[in-house]
Ligand binder design. Structure first.
Ligand SMILES: *[C@@H]1O[C@H](CO)[C@@H](O)[C@H](O)[C@H]1NC(C)=O
Ligand SMILES: *[C@@H]1O[C@H](CO)[C@@H](O)[C@H](O)[C@H]1NC(C)=O
Ligand SMILES: *[C@@H]1O[C@H](CO)[C@@H](O)[C@H](O)[C@H]1NC(C)=O
Ligand SMILES: *[C@@H]1O[C@H](CO)[C@@H](O)[C@H](O)[C@H]1NC(C)=O
Ligand SMILES: *[C@@H]1O[C@H](CO)[C@@H](O)[C@H](O)[C@H]1NC(C)=O
Ligand SMILES: *[C@@H]1O[C@H](CO)[C@@H](O)[C@H](O)[C@H]1NC(C)=O
Ligand SMILES: *[C@@H]1O[C@H](CO)[C@@H](O)[C@H](O)[C@H]1NC(C)=O
Length: 918
């Protein structure tokens, strides 16, 4: 032990050295100037207007950072009309700037008022930079020739200047994705040339001005993701050329003006997530021949969905979920040939008689149907065989939470494109059709909470991508087919609460990714397979209330990812295996109602995450520990073990007397020697740490979150609410794999109120993999210098697209990058500099984290992307390493015979190690 701990110290020192070296390098690279500030000679070119020249120079001087360097061409050696992004034209015998296009150049700084002196400017584009500050009011007074103004995707604040209403030639006004506040100025309604207004993703409030109805040339009006209130002005219905009206995610109230439903030019009508109400007119859709996207989700609409909706025959996507729609689903939807998303879940839609299901027959004509989501309605009766004629491209078919009865049609097997199929919580009976073996693309199959009977069909074993198989709460009988071991991608298996019998086939232990195994409430018997230790990712196992017998296999202690273990209500005998000592991540352990005996092992009191321990109704004897979880009588249950003694007073046990049986005395002596030896080592280690580190007070290991919920974790809508609709003002960072938002969550979902939500950009190649890697890497590890995952979300968003996010602890002090290379607007970081002591502390923290990852985790992990932006600082300036998107597990020594894939290029340029990593 001494030897291993001193080698650990050595490693720590090495890591600290490496990290500090890395620091010095970082600092060196930071000190190389990023902004060029060479003196500028006075203007020499006579034909250029000197006022324009001055204005450009003043604008440039207000730009604080130009990392890509395009503005270095803005100097005296060339005429300003040749400068990057500048376009001139001859006006009144002088070259005047008519266009300034600086989009996507990573510029930051203020939008200087001097731009207003470019009086001939027609087009100004700063899209996708980091400009901050206000939009100068002078634009509206001087830039009277402006046609195109695009300031979107910056960090602009303040209000939209009403003076912009003077720009009487303006055609495009794009201010989206900023942090603008205040209301939309009614003055914009006087710009009759206006064709496009985009102000989505700001913090605008107030109502939508009536005057916008004067903009007869308007084609696009996008007001989504703001905080607009009041009604939709009926005048909008006068905009005969409007193709896109998007008001999603605001606080709009009232009914939708019927004129809006008559705008035949509309291609996009998006009203989702407001507080709109009313019913749809009987001729809805008749005057919307071009409509492609209809979004009405999350409002208070009610009444039937008119059949006339099928006259809107260009529709691609119908999202009417989460309203109060009732009546039957129109049987004419099939005329919408290209319909690909039909989302009607969370309404009161009915099907009582067979002919109410005709919509399924009709939908067979929609050959591009990809998502059909009808969950949580009032559908009853028998699911028609005609489902087999639905599009082969259907990938999501969710009918859960209805009252559908009868057999599951055999034809379900013909929907070979299905990835997600859920019939959960219905009244389906009969056997599971063997034809589901044809669903070669299925990822999640959920038939739980029905009245299915018969055996588990072995055709399930042919589903190579199956990730989640949920069949709980049915009346299934027979044994678990051994061929379930073929399901090599199975992450979760829940067949609890059925009438299954037989033993657990040992083949089940050959599924490397199996993480959740729920078999409780069946009639399963036999012993637990000894090979259970092959399930290296097992996180939750519940086999309670069965007839299992024999001893608890010692090998179970090698499932070191286990957080929840329940083997209660069986016939297990023997002792709690000593190997359980290794299950340090346990959060709950239930071994109640068995015939277990022996002592309660003392190591249980050292499990810092254990907060739920049930040992009741066994034959345990000896002294009850008093530390750890045993300190709190409400977290443990030891009832029905008459031979136990000691423990804390609240347990009301007999006091223990000295005379213990000899065998347990010897055992105790050994344990005492080992623990005291361990204690000595730890004391030495602690002293060394204290001396070599600092005297500052740091947080101790915070306890892991208890996730009672198994599969659902946290839902999209919870995250949507927590981040205020993924509002831009909550955006705190953008990484290669997606955006990070700060958010406030209900403390019952996570222990923290403030969290960081990392939304994985699934469009990005490899992002899904990165999510899995990060989950995998962070799942089993706990260290105070690593950012903790609180929970995760893997579901569908309001548009039915796949959505994955991680919920992490929010680090109040941002990233180390922000401290080392502060962006000018981050005032907080400009004020302060890191002291030497803080730098050393951060370096040691990072070293601890990396040391832990490399040497003290059960499987060494290489981070692969360690850089200042991935080191986050909490309130106490304690560093936490984050972003495990590229992390890799190193092969164990015994795996080394089959070397893993050669390392492709991974990491950030400037931080990857040169040459091949080991
Ligand atoms: C790091 O760089 C900054 C600015 O580039 C400088 O002010 C600071 O003194 C440097 N610190 C160290 C430890 O070199
Ligand atoms: C430059 O433009 C300004 C403003 O339009 C004007 O007052 C000035 O006379 C112009 N100068 C030249 C040299 O054209
Ligand atoms: C803009 O024009 C005004 C009035 O012509 C002048 O006073 C001011 O200095 C100019 N600003 C710049 C930056 O050129
Ligand atoms: C613009 O709209 C407002 C309100 O709808 C109306 O009172 C006003 O007369 C309109 N102005 C013009 C120029 O059409
Ligand atoms: C509406 O669009 C049509 C066709 O693009 C165009 O001819 C007409 O001028 C537009 N109306 C207005 C008021 O701009
Ligand atoms: C939106 O407005 C309402 C009412 O004015 C206010 O309570 C709420 O906090 C606002 N939300 C945001 C995100 O600004
Ligand atoms: C669907 O197509 C069939 C023929 O392929 C046709 O008879 C039926 O009327 C169509 N239904 C709808 C609703 O378009």
């Amino acid at each position: 032990m001494l030897i291993s701990s001193s080698s650990f110290l050595l490693q720590l020192l090495l890591h600290a050295l490496l990290v500090s070296a890395w620091f010095v390098c970082c600092n060196a690279s930071a000190s190389s100037p990023t902004t060029v500030t060479s003196p500028v000679p006075p203007p020499q070119m006579p034909q250029g207007n000197s006022s324009d020249h001055m204005a450009l120079l003043t604008f440039r001087s207000s730009i604080a950072s130009d990392p890509l360097g395009p503005l270095s061409s803005w100097n005296g050696s060339s005429h300003f009309c040749q400068w990057h992004g500048v376009t001139c034209a001859r006006r009144h015998d002088a070259d005047r700037v008519i266009e300034l296009d600086l989009h996507s150049l990573a510029l930051s700084g203020l939008v200087h008022t001097s731009i207003a002196n470019l009086t001939f400017l027609e087009s100004f584009d700063l899209f996708n930079n980091s400009f901050h500050g206000h939009i100068p009011e002078e634009f509206g007074h001087n830039l009277l020739r402006l046609r195109h103004l695009d300031l979107s995707m910056n960090s602009l604040e303040g209000e939209i200047p009403p003076s912009l209403g003077n720009l009487s030639y303006l055609q495009v006004l794009d201010l989206a994705r900023n942090q603008l506040t205040g209301s939309i100025p009614p003055q914009l309604g006087s710009i009759t040339t206006m064709e496009k207004i985009c102000v989505y993703k700001n913090n605008l409030r107030g109502s939508v001005p009536h005057s916008l109805g004067n903009l007869t040339a308007l084609t696009v009006l996008d007001l989504s993701y703001n905080n607009l209130t009041g009604v939709i002005p009926p005048s909008i219905g006068k905009l005969r050329n409007l193709t896109s009206f998007n008001a999603e995610v605001n606080g709009l109230t009232g009914t939708v003006p019927s004129s809006l439903y008559n705008l035949s030019s509309l291609v996009v009508l998006a009203l989702g997530s407001n507080q709109l109400s009313g019913s749809l007119p009987p001729n809805f859709g008749v005057s919307l021949p071009s409509l492609q996207n209809l979004s009405m989700y999350g409002n208070h609409f009610y009444g039937p969905i008119p059949s006339s909706i099928s006259n809107a025959s260009s529709l691609l996507s119908i999202q009417m979920l989460a309203n109060g729609f009732s009546g039957v689903i129109p049987p004419t939807l099939g005329t919408i040939k290209n319909l690909s998303y039909l989302q009607l879940e969370d309404n009161f839609l009915e099907a009582k008689h067979d002919h109410d299901w005709r919509f399924i027959t009709s939908l067979a004509n929609c050959t591009r149907l990809a998502k059909l989501i009808l969950r949580n309605n009032r559908l009853e009766g028998v699911l028609p065989q005609a489902i087999s004629n639905l599009s082969r491209g259907l990938d999501t078919f969710l009918l859960s939470h209805n009252r559908i009865s009868g057999n599951i049609p055999n034809g379900i097997g013909d929907l070979v494109g299905l990835a997600f199929l859920s019939l959960r919580d219905n009244l389906f009976s009969g056997a599971i059709p063997t034809t589901i073996g044809k669903l070669q693309n299925i990822v999640r199959l959920d038939f739980s909470q029905n009245q299915l009977s018969g055996k588990l069909p072995s055709s399930i074993c042919n589903l190579p991508h199956l990730n989640l198989l949920l069949l709980e709460m049915n009346h299934l009988t027979g044994a678990i087919p051994p061929c379930f071991g073929n399901l090599q991608n199975l992450w979760g298996l829940d067949i609890s609460d059925n009438n299954l019998s037989g033993s657990i086939p040992k083949e089940l232990t050959s599924i490397p990714v199996l993480s959740v195994l729920n078999l409780f409430q069946n009639s399963l018997s036999g012993a637990l397979p000894l090979e259970v230790d092959h399930l290296k990712n097992l996180n939750k196992m519940d086999v309670s209330n069965n007839h299992f017998s024999g001893v608890i296999p010692n090998s179970l202690g090698d499932c070191q990812q286990l957080a929840n273990l329940n083997i209660g209500g069986n016939n297990f005998i023997g002792v709690i295996p000593p190997s359980f000592n290794k299950l340090r991540g346990l959060e709950s352990l239930d071994i109640s109602r068995n015939n277990l005996s022996g002592n309660i092992p003392n190591f249980l009191q050292d499990f810092s995450n254990l907060n739920d321990l049930n040992l009741s109704f066994n034959n345990f004897d000896g002294e009850t520990p008093k530390g750890g979880v045993f300190q709190n009588a409400s977290r443990i249950s030891i009832l029905g073990n008459p031979k136990l003694c000691g423990g804390i007073l609240e347990l009301h046990l007999q006091p223990c007397f000295g005379g213990e049986s000899k065998s347990s005395y010897g055992h105790a002596l050994l344990t005492t020697i080992i623990t005291s030896l361990g204690a000595v080592v730890w004391i030495i280690f602690a002293i060394l740490c204290i001396i070599s580190l600092r005297f500052s007070k740091r947080k101790t290991f915070p306890s892991m979150v208890r996730s009672k919920e198994m599969f659902s974790r946290v839902t999209y809508s919870q995250l949507f609410r927590a981040t205020e609709g993924f509002s831009l003002c909550n955006l705190i960072g953008t990484g290669s794999f997606g955006d990070v938002y700060k958010g406030k969550m209900d403390a019952t979902i996570t222990n923290c109120k403030s969290v960081a939500v990392k939304v994985i950009n699934l469009q990005q190649h490899g992002a899904s993999k990165s999510f899995t890697r990060e989950c995998e890497a962070l799942k089993g590890i706990r260290h105070r210098n690593l950012v903790k995952i609180l929970t995760s979300c893997s579901s569908l968003d309001f548009h039915g697209n796949e959505f994955k996010a991680l919920v992490l602890e929010l680090m109040q002090n941002g990233s180390l990058e922000q401290w080392l290379h502060p962006a000018p607007k981050d005032d907080k970081y400009c004020q302060k500099h890191l002291s030497l002591a803080e730098r050393v502390n951060i370096a040691t923290d990072v070293a601890f984290a990396i040391g832990y990852l490399h040497s003290h985790n059960f499987k060494p992990i290489v981070h692969c992307d360690l850089k200042p932006s991935n080191v986050l600082l909490d309130d106490n300036m304690t560093a936490h390493v984050s972003d495990f998107g590229l992390a890799r597990f190193l092969p164990n020594k015994d795996d080394s015979k089959n070397p893993t894939n050669s390392l492709a290029f991974k990491g950030s340029i400037g931080y990857v190690a040169p040459g091949k990593s080991t």
